[in-house]
Unconditional design. Structure first.
Length: 182
């Protein structure tokens, strides 16, 4: 397997697994478009983009590039993201690591008042006191994502996709080194 400027990669994993960090690194190394699904989905005021519009945004972004690295988990557009990808990199890390990362990331974003997508920012209330908390979301969807992805990689519909399942940072580092992507 060779990665280059025509590579079409999808990075998946539960919230906090490091999808965006890896995707940005790969996009930079391969000189391909970095397509963050959250950036295409979220509108100002944490409003969701309607599904058909979201699908169109993704399709347009994919069509405008010979190579790309997509990152995100949105099941409602999986037929678009998986269909157009050649390689899926699944970051399947232990729950303790994922939860540590999502907690650390959220706190740092709040302290830095980091702008995310469409001007949205994480707040103490939204992060810790809301039913829509990303921390609660990561905890509650961890097992579900693992089961979904285990089933998906066995579906004949996605037989054209090479799936690389990485279960630790050490395995990720080995993979990057092996493919000259460090």
């Amino acid at each position: 397997m060779t990665f280059n400027q025509n590579s079409k990669i999808l990075v998946i994993g539960t919230s906090g697994s490091g999808k965006s960090t890896l995707a940005r690194h790969l996009a930079k190394r391969l000189r391909v478009q970095d397509l963050e699904l959250d950036a295409l989905f979220w509108q100002p005021g944490w409003r969701e983009t309607p599904t058909e519009q979201f699908r169109n945004k993704i399709s347009t972004a994919i069509a405008s590039s010979d190579g790309f690295v997509l990152h995100g988990n949105y099941n409602k557009v999986r037929d678009v993201t998986w269909k157009h990808s050649e390689t899926v990199i699944w970051l399947d890390y232990p729950r303790t690591l994922v939860m540590w990362r999502v907690l650390k990331r959220s706190v740092l974003r709040m302290l830095k008042r980091e702008e995310l997508w469409a001007g949205n920012k994480e707040s103490f209330r939204k992060t810790f006191l809301s039913k829509d908390s990303i921390i609660l979301w990561a905890w509650n969807t961890y097992d579900l994502r693992k089961k979904q992805y285990e089933a998906l990689i066995r579906e004949p519909e996605y037989g054209h996709v090479t799936v690389i399942r990485l279960t630790s940072q050490k395995r990720l580092d080995q993979f990057l080194k092996q493919h000259g992507l460090l």
